[in-house]
Design a protein. Structure first.
Length: 397
RNA sequence: GGGCAGGUGGCGGAGUGGUCAAUCGCAGCAGACUGUAAAUCUGCCGGGCCUUGCCCUACGAAGGUUCAAAUCCUUCCCUGCCCA
């Protein structure tokens, strides 16, 4: 029997949704053989978020056990766009958008993965070279029924929404990645199961070898929906400590334990005892603060985490001002409040600024200003506050 | 290739000659309440301005009819369903 702290058990279970085929993979890992595994991400956005970080962290866990890990950049698959998680066709990205998106990825992912020990590959290198003949060979391994059986397609069909023929090619492409790499295991979110299984099929037929599949639990965003840039509910790896901490504090309470499991390294036993404590009446807020510290520490270090927490307490619990407020010098002697808000960059248009003022979202030196005709004299410096978290000191140049 | 139904704001979805910058729901923003939680309530939610009002842009695209078009006509493009 294995113990709780056995690294192989932990790697096979923590944050894991499903492993196919679990006992085979387990015995492979226990055989001490070093396996080859990969994670593919399509550069559809410039920012990686905590949801992307989950399989990345799992990849890192394998790396720490000495396995050969591959980070695959889907710079070709991104051209088609995976629709696994979408209810409609995606607008295709252009090559330059893809390149642009990828630019800072490595920097972001380096906070998790050690790239000096990982291999980075680009699926454009092999997918672009495939001809019609090869593609047909891949396509005849699957049936139309298998494709349209998927929920999202059924859903779109019943709603009369279009399904592009090319969308069926996505699993083929992702599957071919496995073949090209000849891996033992692929990691991904549980929305990737179908695509990863396609790779398993192709690997078996074309390379005559087994590829296992490990799917990770899905991380929900700050609002409880799936974490996705289109919902604007992501917590990004590149967010500042303050942003990360604040966003974590504003997430729904019932996500706390998931976040601990999926995004931190705290032992599962500790997470379980927190669950019990909260059930017994512990204030979820305190656990959330702990969560904030843990996560900010991972991406920015312990000092930044402590600072972020102190600032948070200061601004939102004591309703104090942040300790550092940006200052902006303005040329005129006085400003209409609406102009001031726009000049400060807190509203994109004057109409928007006016609405903020009328809605009571704008304060000068702590005083709420609701008359959009108010004029602010800059003889002395003023503190402008818009909403709960935008502060700016304005002074005359 | 033929028949039918459609294309409206980030999304869903009303409207079918003037009262339409376009009902409503979701998402978003601000406020109240709070634990910057959730839930709830209130206001806002194309842009600009000299803001009880005015101007610009916008209901797939281009033309046309009309004092007036998201709404009518023509052509084109796109989508779904059915038939072949």
């Amino acid at each position: 029997m294995t113990t709780k702290h056995d690294p192989i058990t932990s790697i096979l279970t923590r944050g894991v949704s499903e492993v196919i085929v679990k006992n085979e993979l387990e015995s492979l890992l226990r055989s001490k053989k070093k396996i080859k595994l990969y994670l593919g991400l399509d550069p559809t956005s410039t920012l990686l978020h905590l949801g992307n970080a989950i399989p990345l962290r799992k990849l890192k866990a394998f790396q720490d056990l000495g396995h050969h890990v591959i980070f695959l950049v889907g710079n070709f698959t991104a051209l088609i766009g995976d629709t696994s998680d979408k209810d409609s066709m995606r607008k295709p990205l252009t090559q330059s958008e893809i390149d642009e998106n990828f630019k800072t990825w490595k920097e972001q992912a380096s906070k998790i993965l050690d790239f000096s020990k990982a291999e980075t590959v680009y699926n454009k290198d092999w997918l672009e070279k495939l001809g019609f003949k090869e593609i047909l060979e891949l396509a005849n391994k699957f049936t139309v029924q298998q494709m349209i059986e998927r929920d999202m397609y059924q859903d779109r069909m019943s709603k009369g929404k279009p399904i592009g023929l090319h969308e069926f090619l996505y699993p083929l492409m992702q599957g071919y990645d496995s073949v090209a790499l000849g891996v033992d295991l692929e990691l991904g979110g549980n929305d990737q199961l179908f695509n990863m299984l396609a790779g398993r099929t192709l690997q078996k037929v074309l390379n005559n070898r087994e590829k296992h599949v490990m799917t990770m639990k899905l991380l929900l965003g700050t609002d409880g929906r799936k974490m996705s840039k289109s919902y604007n509910n992501t917590i990004n790896i590149a967010d500042t400590p303050g942003e990360q901490y604040g966003k974590l504090m504003s997430t729904t309470d019932d996500l706390i334990l998931d976040y601990f499991e999926l995004c931190t390294d705290l032992p599962m036993e500790e997470i379980k005892s927190m669950a019990a404590e909260m059930k017994a009446g512990g204030n979820p807020r305190d656990y959330k603060m702990r969560l904030g510290r843990e996560i900010v520490t991972i991406y920015h270090g312990a000092d930044s985490a402590a600072h972020a927490e102190a600032e948070f307490k200061k601004i939102f619990q004591k309703k104090d001002l942040p300790s550092e407020i940006a200052e902006k010098e303005l040329p005129e002697a006085s400003y209409n409040i609406v102009e001031l808000v726009v000049t400060a960059g807190f509203a994109p248009s004057k109409n928007e600024a006016r609405r903020l003022v009328e809605g009571g979202g704008v304060k000068i030196d702590g005083e709420k200003i609701t008359d959009y005709k108010s004029v602010i004299d800059l003889k002395k410096p003023h503190l402008l506050q818009v909403g709960k978290r935008n502060f700016l000191k304005v002074v005359r140049r």
